[in-house]
Design a binder for this molecule. Structure first.
Ligand code: 5GP
Ligand code: ZN
Length: 138
């Protein structure tokens, strides 16, 4: 299925040009227009899924191996020391394009971490209460 109003559906189908790194019958991997670092890539499924909650399992099974292939190529081609695999779901999480995609961002030892948070602390009992709330919904 595709969404005619979705820019990533059009890019994935090749109707809007992109710097394509890789393509097969299920995915197109492109360079992000606003890269966190040069070589920042996006894995786009050729079918429209709004986010990971809609993603078909046959796509899901292929995404991490593909991310590893792209990250390995970034290391070899660009001398990257590592790479982040990032995937945002919902506006609160920073998603701006509502066609599922995975970011592969080349990273260097000389940089500060980009994907980072300040570790918080649970109050007494809060950790187990939180775990129980989530477990009930799984
Ligand atoms: P999100 O914030 O939804 O996880 O990521 C969307 C990403 O798509 C952003 O990093 C943005 O730079 C990139 N992007 C948005 N529109 C285009 C486009 O038309 N072409 C390309 N190559 N990247 C895009
Ligand atoms: Zn789409």
């Amino acid at each position: 299925m595709r969404d005619d109003n979705c820019i990533f559906c059009k890019i994935a189908a090749g109707e809007i040009p992109s710097s394509t790194l890789y393509e097969d019958d299920m995915f197109r991997v492109i360079l992000d227009l606003g890269p966190a670092n040069p070589g920042h890539a996006l894995i786009l499924p050729k079918e429209h899924f709004k986010d990971v909650t809609e993603l078909d399992e046959k796509y899901a099974a292929k995404i991490l191996p593909l991310a590893a292939k792209i990250g390995t190529a970034q290391r070899k081609a660009l001398g990257a020391d590592g790479f982040n695999v990032v995937q945002n779901n919902g506006t609160a999480a920073g998603q701006t394009v509502f066609h599922f995609h995975v970011h592969i961002i080349p990273r260097y030892d000389s940089e500060a971490p980009m994907v980072a948070w300040n570790p918080g602390k649970y109050a007494e009992g809060e950790m187990e209460q939180t775990a129980e709330k989530i477990r009930k919904e799984i």
